[in-house]
Design a protein around this ligand. Sequence first.
Ligand code: ATP
Ligand code: MG
Length: 393
Amino acid sequence: MYVICHYAEIGLKGKNRKFFEEKLIENLKKSLVGLSCRKVQRISGRILIELDEKAKESKIKEALKNVFGVAHFSFAVSCEQEIEAIKKKSAEFLKSKKFETFRIETKRSEKDFPLTSQEVNEKVGEYILENLKVQNAKLGVDLKNPDITCFIEIVEKYVFLYLEKIKGQGGLPIGVSGKAISLLSGGIDSPVASFYGMRRGIRMVFLHFHTQEPEKIQSIQKQNSIEKTKKIIRTLNKYQFSSKFYLIPFLNIQKGIFQKTNPELGCILCRRFMFRIAEVLAEKEKAEALITGENIGQVASQTLVNIRVTEEAVNIPVLRPLIGMDKKDIIDKAKEIETFDTSILAEEFYCHEFLAKHPETKANLEKVKEEEKKLDVEKLIKEAIKKAKVEII
Ligand code: ATP
Ligand code: MG
């Protein structure tokens, strides 16, 4: 038994293609550890996985559904590359299946094979009609809307037969697009943003700012935001296998901001600090961008004006994969990737206590910079980074 993985080939040329395929194979191998797969190899335009007898289809299916770069995959049987063998194998393969109408769909990539795809379709179709009619009186060919399609792929020295194309995640293999720092809050949006970044081949380094003060943990943190974030990362690890996680204390910075500056600008100032710290870590990690779960809305930090004022604090690009999504779509996706239930666990970010009743929705950059002068920005950042904790999850 085999699994054939197909990837979208658009835009894959020369060196890019080789890099893509090597990463995809590496990631497939990681995802299949312990699932009785013998070999993972490239054959022209596909990745071929050889399964052991012990291999469990359901487990492999589950694993492959999380590997970015796979457009679709199929569990396949194989036979000798010779038309009589193909006919017999197809009949044998379809014999145990329940159907009345069928279609054969051949793809011949091996141009040395003497028959065209259409000729294979016709010969195999005829053979099946002749041989399976006895047990299935209503048997017939239907090219438009058959009960069952038998796909035949003739590629290199192989012939594969399969009935189902299982949809994969699509996207690009993790790692082909470099690294980014993902600002993970523990809320609903940022895990979904991370998912979309990972889906385009970006390896995430996660970063969470926490506001816990040991003696206040009980009263303030209904649910420890650190544990919550870690749980989310463990869930997202099904896409990137293991993750680096930075945990940065933020309470001092927040206190400084709310004690010394105009509370209406508190949110923006906090976010400028978060971005600056993330930028320092990006440098350290050789990451190319920051990723946030921001969206365009009318709430304090997420108006277009405020996004501009926040981003002005850094030079690194800030990617916001959720920019075009409605909240409902984000929630649906969070459920699908299984981060939702953790994200909605009760939690309070300490800054809620100080939050202005009417945070500025149209911050003025000059005013923000004026307020910031009241703080020792460099020192606060250095201190926070010094206290950073790093973990591999
Ligand atoms: P989320 O659902 O991701 O928490 P949100 O809609 O609650 O987002 P904000 O709280 O304004 O919006 O946060 C916007 C983004 O800023 C988050 O998606 C995340 O990327 C980042 N962020 C906010 N708080 C933190 C934090 N404590 N640690 C790390 N990143 C954070
Ligand atoms: Mg939030």
